[in-house]
Design a protein around this ligand. Structure first.
Ligand code: TYD
Ligand code: MG
Length: 455
């Protein structure tokens, strides 16, 4: 164990500890994030001099626990992503690229909750925009008459002193990177500042039992700027994603102490703010053109909801010595694996071909269940033969070319049937349970059988 006076060096980004200072953190590859901390702060050697520890009462796992009270936002997509509504006393971090619509979304939530019940006290504190800018946005969103308490400041001490005198239901801090505590000697947005400000605000939220939203900017790599530790400090982390050129946005829960993760909410950015999308599959398939080679529809699941998306592939003669592989919305490593399986098990040859893969609409898919759809799109493009436009596909591909079962096939098929699809390529042995859907099922056990579709 470290001696009490031994200095300890801690990475301010990821929390890794070092006995000596170094320029780069080996754990998270960040430069100049390692700072000296007093040993007593780091969790070591504090026991010796402090007061005696008190005994803890242990309890059994069973017992009466009340379900969390939930504050409904009135926006179904938000309620679902947060696991049924906001939990009082919880802190929620909302991350996303600049300009994606975080401030718009949070102003809509804030105004909505304030209006739902006049007992609710909702505070919107902007450190980025002046009062007038927020007012103009509220007018544009048609929520200017909502009793939101608005302020523009970056001083966390002032915010805390004020909130202690009020009874907030909801507090929105836009953004945590602009906030400043004068007792911390570093500039706003620095790791130490962000962490200290978030700590104080979260502590207050727990004490007073209000819902705290923190807006956080995202770095180029996609992580919320500032310390990773911020993600550990909050109860829920939501990412607001979308392509600038597209009008729809996805709110994704990546961490949630009060609900399931991987749940998504889909919104459309319109002139008057963000509108909920009730039928996302229809939206993602809206611009699909039938009868084109290299395109197929994947029946996926996002969280608890089925979602149909178009997968597009383009295989073309390569002009480079090392052929290109590029993906949008899917994992590059996974594409390489599928190409290797198709080469090894079906005898296709991609060595002189560039392969591009795109999940249409800008959605990011992480499910391996999309493997089969990716493989079909690639072969369809390579052989220049379109697939039937009323067909959906799902199934995971193993290295020996076998098609593996995926979760919730009936939910996927139900959604496909609802949207008018009449056939599906699926993994083996799901036929029996799902025969009732009015959709013809083609079970495929091995990728070798895919070739039959293109002869
Ligand atoms: P904003 O909420 O300011 O983004 P963030 O806080 O994530 O940086 O959203 C800015 C973009 O949204 C801007 O490009 C304009 C667009 N927008 C609309 O299309 N409709 C609207 O009603 C509003 C308020 C913004
Ligand atoms: Mg903003």
């Amino acid at each position: 164990m470290a001696k009490r006076d031994t200095p300890l060096f801690v990475c301010q980004n990821c929390g890794a500890t070092y006995p000596k200072w170094q320029g780069k953190c080996d754990a998270c590859d960040q430069w100049n994030t390692i700072e000296e901390e007093k040993a007593s702060h780091s969790g070591f050697s504090v026991l010796s001099s402090q007061k005696k520890g008190e005994l803890i009462d242990f309890v059994p796992l069973t017992g009466t626990t009340e379900a969390y009270a939930r504050l409904k936002t009135g926006i179904n997509e938000i309620d679902r992503v947060t696991g049924g509504g906001l939990v009082p006393g919880s802190a929620i971090l909302v991350g996303g690229d600049p300009g994606i619509g975080k401030s718009t979304l949070l102003l809509q939530i804030c105004a909505g909750i304030a209006k739902l019940d006049l007992q609710n006290e909702c505070f919107y504190i902007s450190g980025e925009e002046a009062i007038d800018q927020v007012r103009i946005r509220a007018k544009r969103l048609g929520v200017a008459d909502s009793p939101v308490k608005l302020a523009s400041t970056t001083e966390v001490k002032d915010i805390i002193a004020t909130l202690k005198k009020e009874h907030p239901t909801l507090v929105i801090i836009d953004s945590i990177q602009t906030m400043y505590l004068d007792s911390v000697e570093s500039t706003p947005g620095s790791v130490t500042q962000v962490r200290a400000c978030a700590y104080e605000l979260i502590k207050l939220a727990k004490q007073q039992g209000f819902v705290l939203f923190l807006v956080g900017h995202v770095t180029k790599q996609g992580a919320i700027a500032g310390p990773r530790i911020l993600e550990h400090m909050v109860d829920t982390v939501l990412y607001f994603e979308g392509e600038r050129g597209h009008h729809f946005r996805i709110l994704r829960a990546v961490k949630n102490r009060y609900g399931a993760t991987d749940e998504i909410g889909v919104f459309e950015m319109q002139d008057k703010g963000l509108i909920e999308v009730e039928n996302p599959s229809a939206l993602f398939l809206a611009e699909r053109q039938g009868n084109v080679s290299g395109s197929c529809v994947f029946a996926g699941i996002e969280g608890s909801r089925p979602l149909l998306v178009e997968i597009q592939a383009l295989v073309s003669q390569s002009g480079y010595s090392a052929p290109k592989r590029a993906v949008v919305g899917w994992d590059l490593g996974r594409l390489s694996m599928i190409l290797a399986v198709l080469e090894a098990r079906c005898g296709y040859n991609f060595s002189g071909q560039d392969v591009y893969l795109n999940v249409a609409g800008g959605l990011k898919i992480t499910e391996p269940a999309a493997d089969l759809a990716v493989a079909m799109a690639v072969i369809s493009s390579l052989s220049n033969k379109p697939l039937p436009s009323d067909m959906v596909i799902f199934g995971e591909i193993g290295l020996s070319g076998e098609i593996r079962a995926v979760s919730q096939p009936s939910l996927r098929l139900k959604e496909a049937s609802k949207l008018g699809f009449t056939s599906a390529i699926v993994p083996p042995s799901i036929k029996k349970e799902n025969q009732k859907e009015d959709i013809s099922l083609f079970e495929i056990g091995n990728v070798r059988r895919l070739m039959n579709w293109f002869n």
